[in-house]
Design a binder for this molecule. Structure first.
Ligand code: CO
Ligand code: ZN
Length: 333
């Protein structure tokens, strides 16, 4: 799985430009899915047909990552930019970005700015150009960029940019590759534009009209020095979401996930996320409502260029997804 996570995290895929990611995933799953299709917003949908009495389950993991977009190029060839998704200023200074064209830039701050007063408009990108004309040969206004940061294997823990949410995509890819014929019909949806407002999941859910919705996404942990009090730790298993800003998990879905973990001996922990959301926030409000929940991958330093996950947690999430595909959903629907 490490190789799949490395391959997916290193791909270029800011919101709206997820094509490189979806084509990689297509290659990874095409021999395992019964059907594979892409919709108008770019969501990749892999279908696995269930035995006849099964229900329709939509699993969603987003393919996009946070990034930036070039808004202005000055006479000396420096770029100004706007965030795409929840980009924190603190995680930008001194880091590098890579653009669709392949150009690399260093993000830095105007020298007179105090650290505390730092906002995104006090930052610029240096792509090594010495004039506007030279810069325009490498990049253009409106071009998107993502963090440029290599994958690192720390043993049981892995670090990369874009773990949010390529690790969720890797969980679904691995589950699809390992499963036989499931009891329920399963739609693995690799969604687009989550980071800018759960957009791909919204249209995909409308089209699929599932009986159950489960998002796979990263969540924060509370196990770093002086961290906020949060009862999620790296290495303690799959996180079963209770709530975040986008969703109160359907109680029966939450209970189903817990019961499956208990029955199969899958390590798990309960997650209450005080801010942030996932694709389940969009899925559960589809049509007349879809019972929904989220399986979260505990992740440190979310939305920084170095997001850290634990391989044991990732495996626990794969096992929980597989358990859901074969679960008896008559209690819920
Ligand atoms: Co995110
Ligand atoms: Zn995410």
């Amino acid at each position: 799985m490490k190789a799949i996570i490395e391959q997916l995290t290193q791909a270029f895929g800011p919101s709206g430009y997820e094509g490189e990611v979806t084509s990689l995933i297509t290659d990874l799953v095409k021999d395992y899915a019964d059907e594979l299709r892409t919709d108008v917003l770019g969501n990749l949908i892999a279908v696995k047909h269930g035995s006849q009495d099964g229900k329709k389950i939509m699993f969603a993991a987003h393919t996009d990552e946070i990034g930036i977009v070039i808004t202005y190029i000055d006479d000396k060839g420096f770029l100004r930019f706007s965030p795409v998704g929840g980009v924190g200023v603190a995680s930008l200074v001194g880091h590098r970005v890579r653009f669709a064209s392949g150009a690399i830039g260093v993000i830095y701050q105007e020298e007179e700015t105090e650290w505390k007063a730092l906002t995104i408009d006090k930052l610029f990108i240096d792509i090594g150009a010495s004039s506007k004309e030279e810069a325009e040969q490498k990049v253009h206004i409106g071009e998107f960029g993502v963090f440029h940061r290599e994958f690192a294997d720390l043993g049981t823990r892995l670090v990369s940019k874009a773990m949010d949410d390529r690790v969720g995509c890797a969980v679904l890819v691995e589950a699809l590759r390992r499963m036989g014929q499931p009891k329920n019909t399963v739609f693995f949806v690799f969604t687009t534009q989550e980071e800018v407002g759960l957009r791909g999941a919204r249209t995909a859910a409308f089209g699929l009209d599932p009986d159950l919705g489960i998002a796979l996404d990263v969540t924060l942990t509370g196990d770093m020095p002086e961290a906020r009090r949060m009862a999620v730790s790296l290495g303690k298993g799959a996180a079963v979401k209770v709530k975040d800003s986008s969703l109160i998990a359907h109680p029966k879905v939450k209970d189903l996930l817990v019961d499956l973990c208990e029955a199969k001996g899958i390590p798990y922990q309960m997650e209450v996320l005080e801010r942030g959301g996932t694709d389940a926030g969009a899925i559960h409000l589809t049509k007349e409502g879809v019972p929904s929940g989220t399986i979260s991958i505990p992740t440190r330093y979310v939305h920084s260029p170095s997001e850290m996950v634990d391989l044991g947690d990732v495996q626990a999430c794969v096992n929980l997804v597989l358990a859901v595909t074969d679960a008896d959903l008559s209690q819920i629907i």
